[in-house]
Design a protein around this ligand. Structure first.
Ligand SMILES: Nc1ncnc2c1ncn2[C@@H]1O[C@H](COP(=O)(O)OP(=O)(O)OP(=O)(O)O)[C@@H](O)[C@H]1O
Ligand SMILES: [Mg+2]
Length: 429
């Protein structure tokens, strides 16, 4: 399984003129507001412990001012911690001498910014190759590589245009090509798609997922948008006032929000769209492995349910009901189990969204078998399990440890103030 690539341990960041002096107050447990009132210092991050896996898209979410940018700027040491450690591939970034840090920033991590950050007076080609020539790559090779990446992101032919001649989505593709061209294995994307209109944004999300399948980078993706987080993330970490309130798989965030704050993020999500079969199915330990009707019935009778799934070395075969088996037994108990003995029930794929399989699963009297691409039997999905996970009450009563719902009290980075951030976290369902 994948390894941890970035590890954050006991990270604190207190902004102000003398942060060390005020750390005792932080350790006493004073909140961000109290610290600010008493010391004039802003608590950016508080005791963050986080592991980021190699090859994952790790999403960091939270309202404006919650510390998302502060957190990822620690990864390449654009910000230094007040306390704590950041390990990248086992190396403590604070231990890097200036030269090594420079190498590290150029070769290991690249960043994609919200406002693209392109150089306006340089062509698209130069914007992408620039970072490569800084790395010491010869102009000719840098240009060749830049052209390749521009093609990869769908901008072949735009090399000699200037940023202002491109649409927002195209400019962001240039930003993405620039980041990818450096060959860095870690991409930091700070609200990289937030400035794009919804349609383009959705296209960029698809493109990122597609690229990621090929490139297997480690991507840290900041967003305010839960739909985007669910679409992209293998993991979602949620920050509130500088604290990590939940760090989980997307389906866990949806189904078991740790606090009211998280719950407010997930409240309006269309679960049928956001959840896949895999996250709701039940594993099925019991399988009929027999080859004849007689053996099959024997196995079925010893089992608590009156239906079961027939699975052989070749994988999933079909579903059997006890009632039918009893009848076949009367006809010819030595007959081999074949297609004609199975109940009429189409298997569903583990990665299908619930909305895709809703009608047939709700209509089925039996739990629907879940079978993967290789024909392997994974489990089953019952009507009850489906109804439960889609009912609006599900899981909300568990979220009660944090009484304060999301608010916009947190101060904002003035330069990044943005309309979209002032909204409550809602999602298009
Ligand atoms: N250089 C700085 N000096 C002082 N305070 C800062 C500095 N940078 C960030 N902060 C404070 O740290 C907190 C976290 O800011 P940060 O920019 O990380 O939030 P964010 O979650 O990225 O917000 P946004 O969604 O608006 O980008 C805020 O309260 C902010 O005011
Ligand atoms: Mg930010």
């Amino acid at each position: 399984m994948s390894n941890t690539l970035i590890e954050v341990k006991g990270l604190y960041k207190l902004f102000g003129s003398n942060p060390k002096a005020h750390m005792p107050l932080v350790h006493q447990g004073l909140g961000k507001d109290e610290i600010l009132a008493q010391t004039g210092h802003t608590l950016g991050l508080k005791d963050i412990n986080l592991s980021i896996k190699e090859g994952d898209i790790s999403v960091i979410m939270g309202l404006s001012g919650s510390g998302k940018s502060t957190l990822i700027r620690h990864f390449n040491r654009l910000i230094e911690p007040t306390e704590g450690q950041i390990l990248v591939g086992g190396t403590d970034v604070m231990s890097l001498a200036e030269k090594d840090l420079e190498q590290f920033r150029r070769h290991r991590m690249s960043m994609v910014f919200q406002r693209f950050g392109l150089l306006p007076h340089r062509t698209v080609l130069d914007n992408v190759s620039f970072g490569l020539t800084i790395q010491g790559i010869k102009k000719k090779e840098a240009n060749e590589r830049a052209i390749e990446w521009l093609e990869t992101v769908g901008l072949g032919g735009y090399e000699n245009q200037y940023p202002a001649q491109l649409s927002g989505g195209q400019q962001q593709r240039v930003g993405l090509a620039r980041a990818l061209a450096t060959n860095a294995d870690i991409l930091l994307m700070d609200e990289a798609f937030s400035a794009l209109d919804p349609l383009i944004r959705s296209e960029m999300q698809d493109q990122l997922v597609e690229l990621q399948e090929k490139l297997q980078k480690t991507i840290i993706f900041i967003t305010h948008d839960l739909d985007e987080a669910l679409r992209l993330g293998n993991n979602i970490a949620i920050l509130k006032d500088g604290e990590l309130v939940q760090d989980d798989k997307p389906e866990e965030i949806l189904l078991n929000p740790a606090t009211d704050y998280v719950e407010a993020f997930v409240r309006d999500v269309n679960r049928a769209r956001a959840l896949t079969v895999e996250t709701v199915m039940q594993p099925q330990e019991f399988r009929i492995t027999a080859t004849t009707i007689e053996e099959a019935l024997k196995q079925m009778r010893a089992h608590k349910d009156d239906y079961a799934y027939h699975v052989t070395d070749d994988g999933y075969q079909g579903m059997l009901s006890q009632e039918s088996l009893e009848e076949y037994y009367q006809e010819d108990k030595t007959a081999k189990l074949t297609e004609e003995h199975y109940e009429d029930l189409e298997p569903i794929a583990p990665d299908a969204a619930l909305e895709e399989i809703l009608p047939e699963t709700l209509a089925s009297d039996y739990p629907v078998p879940v079978v993967d691409e290789e024909g392997e039997f994974m489990g089953s999905l019952s009507r009850d399990a489906l109804a439960e996970v889609l009912s609006p009450e599900a899981s909300s009563e568990e979220a009660n440890t944090d009484k304060s719902a999301p608010s916009e009290e947190g101060s904002e980075t003035p330069a990044e103030k943005d309309e979209s951030k002032v909204k409550q976290p809602t999602t298009s369902a």
